[in-house]
Ligand binder design. Structure first.
Ligand SMILES: [Zn+2]
Length: 107
């Protein structure tokens, strides 16, 4: 049976339906500021069917899907895969300096 579909595409997080159905992310760890690109959602719709609410989403490259950015010197956790010879690859959390450090921010 055919069902209604009203598919809209979003070119980016500024589009009207970009955040439909996507909750705001809670602050995790010591991250400092809501991501200016995804406004704390961590991802947005690139395509959404307004009838069924099914969507295709993309991860925010600014905050790597965390929804929050670090502007100070605290390291930022990112999921990564570690491979050691003779062992199965495994997920690890890598800590790295933030790309968004603000030299004017006072701690
Ligand atoms: Zn973001």
């Amino acid at each position: 049976m055919a069902h209604d579909s009203r598919i809209v595409t979003c070119t980016g997080p500024q589009d009207p339906h970009a955040f439909d159905g996507i909750p705001l992310l809670p602050r995790s760890g010591a991250l400092d500021r809501v991501c200016p690109l995804c406004a704390g959602h961590g991802q947005w719709n690139v395509e959404i069917d307004l009838a069924s609410q099914r969507s295709k989403r993309c991860l925010c490259g600014k905050c790597d899907g965390r929804g929050w950015i670090e502007t100070g010197d605290d390291p930022v956790p990112s999921p990564d895969i570690e491979c050691a010879p003779g062992e199965a690859p495994r997920w690890i959390t890598r800590l790295a300096p933030s790309d968004d450090r603000d030299p004017d921010a006072a701690d």
